[in-house]
Design a protein around this ligand. Structure first.
Ligand code: NAP
Length: 314
């Protein structure tokens, strides 16, 4: 199969587009013919070697975690899916393996692809959509009528969080540059603040949840803008420190939560159903072919994307 492979950490140019053997599958896995994959910030952070001290790579590796495609082979213990099923998922192997013509995926992480989405739009969802869902539902315990502030609302995670926040009945404020007018017109948040023009943490409004989907703020900088009991959620994994508990006591029960996305077929099912009912769409920043993955990574590292970057494989 053709794959985008790296043999060393480095810039976007380290990718080699080459022929390698298809992956083997275990009994609880399926082999997916990948039609589309999407790029997440973790892909280029790993490619650069940012995580090399706690996530040692044995080169060569195929990066990438999000795929949408068709099952062509099922392991002996796979029960819920069959050959020919159109599925999407976030891969759980250490370095993923999405940027290839075939990928091995665990059954427990899979869902059928939304009927009304092509593979390009479905491949956008798994990591960013599950992060947004798990942040608001599990870490934030979001409720109807609450005031939610989403920082980085035009990014992969942020644009799904905007839609989920509305789905959960919350009043949502999107923080992103005004140049994302197309995305804002599509997703229609209740309020929009351009962070280049206004400091959204100053002023009188207090939020029940601040979701920092861009990883650009800290709990301490946000706590004034939280209601008593309000929750600041960051997508940057931070250890659960005792100091967070202490801060919570000192700040009238305001809380800080960090999130590490978990890959669950059941959560993807929720997102699939939302998409099929017209409650979730994927905004696509750009589409690149597998042999042009370097240009996709360059774009991803610009920090200014609108929605998701897609690798069209088939
Ligand atoms: N914890 C987890 O399990 C998990 C899972 C997925 C992602 N993440 C992390 O979540 C972060 C976001 O991921 P993503 O996929 O959404 O990334 P992304 O799509 O690359 O985010 C790009 C967006 O960030 C926005 N942005 C950049 N600087 C900003 C600022 N100062 N204020 C507000 N928005 C700003 C940009 O909007 P403008 O053009 O308006 O600046 C752009 O739309 C990354 O750090 C990623 O590693 C964590």
């Amino acid at each position: 199969m053709k794959a985008a492979v790296i043999y060393a950490y480095g810039g976007p140019e380290v990718f080699r587009y080459e022929e390698i053997p298809r992956p083997d599958i275990k009994d609880d896995e399926v082999l997916v013919e990948v039609h589309a994959a999407s790029v997440n910030p973790v892909d280029w952070k790993q490619r650069k070697g940012n995580h090399k001290f706690f996530l040692k790579a044995r080169f060569p590796i195929i990066p990438g975690y999000d795929i949408s495609g068709r099952i062509i082979k099922c392991g002996a213990n796979v029960r819920k899916f069959s050959e020919g099923d159109q599925v999407f998922c976030r891969l759980t192997k250490r370095f993923g393996g999405a940027f290839a013509e075939y990928a091995a995926a665990r059954e427990s992480t899979l869902s059928l692809k939304p009927d009304n989405m092509d593979h390009i739009h479905a491949a956008a969802i798994p990591m960013a959509g599950q992060t947004a869902l798990q942040a608001l539902r599990d870490k934030g315990r979001i409720k109807p009528g609450q005031k939610i502030l989403i920082i980085g609302a035009a990014g992969g995670v942020g644009h799904y969080a905007l839609q989920l926040s509305r789905f959960f009945g919350a009043e949502t404020t999107a923080v992103c540059s005004s140049r994302h007018e197309k995305l804002l017109a599509l997703l229609k948040p209740d309020h929009h603040i351009d962070y280049h023009k206004k400091d959204y943490l100053k002023g009188d409004i207090r939020y029940d949840i601040i979701l920092d989907a861009a990883g650009v703020k800290t709990f301490l900088s946000c706590k004034r803008a939280l209601k008593p009991g309000g929750i600041y959620i960051t997508v940057l994994p931070r250890p659960k420190l005792l100091v967070h508990k202490l801060i919570a006591i000192l700040t009238k029960g305001k809380k800080v939560r960090s999130l590490l996305q978990k890959s669950r077929g059941s959560d993807l099912e929720i997102l699939r159903k939302m998409a099929e009912k017209g409650n979730l769409i994927s905004v696509i920043d750009s589409i690149h072919s597998l042999d042009k993955i370097s240009e996709a990574h360059r774009r991803a590292e610009s920090h200014s994307t609108e929605g998701k970057i897609i690798i069209k494989v088939k």
